[in-house]
Design a protein around this ligand. Structure first.
Ligand code: PSV
Ligand code: MN
Length: 424
C-alpha cells in the first residue's frame, strides 16, 4: 500500500496549528532545538522482516489479517511505515526466511520505497526442511565437525546474499548452549564456536561488519555459549576489527545495567549495534519504551555521550534495529510505536545539558546530576520528533494517520484475512 502525498499533507494540515504551539513551547525550553531536529531527521531504525506479522508464544499464535505473505509484501509494509514516519528507512532480513529468488527485483522495489538493506541475520537455531544435519545440540559449538561446517557454510551463504542486496553487515545469534549440567564441555564449546566464527569472519568483505549477539537464556536454560556481553566481547576481540558486540535489550538477566554495558563497549570500540524492544521479565520482545522508558533514555544518554566522545556519526556508525514481536497488537502499529519511543529517547538524550552534567559529576553533586538527567527525560520533546517528520514529508501523527487511512483494512482487502508471515 502506497500513500499519496496529498493524504499525508491533509493529515498534517489538520494537526498543524496544535503542533506549532507545542513546538514553540519546546523551543523555549530546550537549547539547540534545531540541531536536535536535524539529527532526528537523519536517524533511521531498521525494521526486521520477521516483525511484520503477528508473533506467538509456544502456547499459541493469534494471527490477524493482511500480514505480508512474501518478501515483496514485507518491503511494501516497511515502505508504508517509512512514508508515515520517515525514520524506518531500512530492512533487516533473516535467512532462510527471506531468501530472495530475484535479488535485483527486490533491490529495485526497496529503492522505490527509499529503503536500504541493513544487517543480514543467519539462522542456525532451527532445522529447515531438507536440511542434512540437525542443530538440536547446537550449531557452531557442535561436537560434530560436519554440523559446524554446515552452520559456517550457511553464514557464508547469508553474506553472499547480503552482498547482492547491498547490505554491509551480518548478525550472528546462536542459540547454542546446554540445558543440563554436564551436557557440554564449556571450553570446547567456546573453542568450536570461535573457530567457526573465524571462518565466517574470513568470508566478510573488507567493508563489512559482523555482529555477535548475546543472550542470557532461551532456548537453552543451563548455559548459553554466547550468554552475555563479556562472552560476546571476547569473541569479537579475538576475531578482529570487523567484529562487534550486538546488544538486544531483552537478552540480559533481570536488572542488568544495560547503559553501563553500552558505555564500556563504546569505550572499547566494540559496540556494533542494537536490537530494540522492551521487557518486564525476560526476552519479552515488547514494544520499545513501553515498560521501561527511563532505561531506554539512559541507554541513549550513554550512546550520545560515548559516540560524541569518539566523534562518531550517530546515524551511520552503529546498527539500529528493532527486534520485537507482537502478540496482541497490529504489528505495524506496534512498530510505529517502537520507532516513536526510540526517537523520543534519542531526542531526550540529545537535549541533556552535557556541560552542566560534567560539572556536577566533577563536583560529586549527586542530586544535581540526577536533576539534569531527569530534566531532559521529563521535558516533553514529542514536538521535536514530529517536526523532524514534518520536514521529511512524513506524518505528524503516524499511528493516527495509519488508522485514518484505514491502512490495515486496505491490506486485509488485498491480502486476505487469513495470512501468516514467516518468522517466529
Ligand atoms: C533471538 O532471541 C533474537 O533476538 C535474535 O536476534 C534472532 O535472530 C531474533 O531474535 C529473531 O528470532
Ligand atoms: Mn535480537
Amino acid at each position: 500500500m502506497k500513500l499519496e502525498k496529498y493524504q499525508i499533507e491533509s493529515h498534517n494540515s489538520e494537526l498543524l496549528a496544535r503542533h506549532q504551539n507545542r513546538l514553540a513551547f519546546v523551543k523555549s525550553e530546550v537549547a539547540d532545538a534545531e540541531g536536535i531536529i536535524k539529527k532526528l531527521a537523519d536517524f533511521q531504525i531498521a525494521i526486521p522482516s520477521w516483525a511484520l506479522g503477528t508473533g506467538g508464544t509456544r502456547f499459541g499464535r493469534f494471527s490477524s489479517g493482511g500480514e505480508p505473505r512474501n518478501i515483496e509484501e514485507k518491503i511494501e509494509d516497511i515502505g508504508l511505515l517509512h512514508q508515515l514516519n520517515a525514520s524506518s528507512g531500512a530492512v533487516s532480513l533473516h535467512i532462510p526466511w527471506d531468501t530472495v529468488a530475484d535479488t535485483s527485483g527486490i533491490k529495485t522495489l526497496a529503492a522505490q520505497y527509499g529503503l536500504k538493506f541493513d544487517a543480514m541475520n543467519s539462522n542456525t537455531f532451527q532445522d529447515q526442511p531438507g536440511q542434512a544435519l540437525s542443530y538440536k545440540f547446537g550449531s557452531l559449538q557442535h561436537v560434530d565437525k560436519a554440523v559446524r561446517k554446515q552452520a559456517v557454510d550457511h553464514n557464508i551463504e547469508v553474506i553472499r546474499q547480503g552482498i547482492e542486496l547491498g547490505s554491509k553487515s551480518l548478525t550472528v545469534w546462536l542459540s547454542d548452549g546446554s540445558c543440563f549440567p554436564g551436557q557440554l564441555n564449556f571450553r570446547k564449546a567456546f573453542q568450536n564456536t570461535l573457530d567457526g566464527l573465524k571462518e565466517i569472519y574470513a568470508a566478510l568483505p573488507a567493508d563489512w561488519k559482523i555482529f555477535v549477539e548475546y543472550k542470557a537464556f532461551e532456548p537453552n536454560f543451563y548455559s548459553t555459549t554466547v550468554g552475555d556481553w563479556g562472552q560476546s566481547f571476547l569473541y569479537a576481540s579475538k576475531l578482529g576489527p570487523k567484529a562487534y558486540t550486538l546488544v538486544d535489550l531483552g537478552h540480559h538477566l533481570p536488572n542488568a545495567n544495560i547503559e553501563q554495558i553500552v558505555a564500556l563497549l563504546l569505550l572499547e570500540e566494540k559496540l556494533g549495534g542494537f536490537h530494540f524492544n522492551d521487557s518486564k521479565y525476560g526476552d519479552d520482545d515488547l514494544t520499545a519504551g513501553s515498560i521501561k522508558p527511563y532505561q531506554l533514555f539512559l541507554i541513549f544518554n550513554e550512546l550520545v555521550e560515548g559516540m560524541d566522545a569518539r566523534g562518531m556519526d550517530h546515524a551511520q556508525d552503529l546498527g539500529w534495529m528493532i527486534d520485537a514481536s507482537h502478540n496482541v497488537k497490529d504489528p505495524l502499529e506496534d512498530l510505529l510505536q517502537s520507532v516513536e519511543a526510540i526517537m523520543l529517547a534519542y531526542a531526550q538524550a540529545l537535549s541533556v545539558d552535557r556541560k552542566a552534567l560534567q560539572e556536577a559529576q566533577a563536583a560529586n553533586d549527586v542530586a544535581r546530576s540526577q536533576e539534569i538527567l531527569q530534566q531532559a527525560f521529563r521535558t516533553d520533546l514529542r514536538a521535536l520528533v514530529a517536526e523532524a517528520r514534518l520536514r521529511s514529508g512524513a506524518a505528524l501523527a503516524p499511528l493516527e494517520a495509519f488508522r485514518q487511512f484505514k491502512a490495515r483494512e486496505e491490506l486485509v482487502r488485498h491480502r486476505g484475512s487469513k495470512t501468516v508471515a514467516t518468522g517466529l
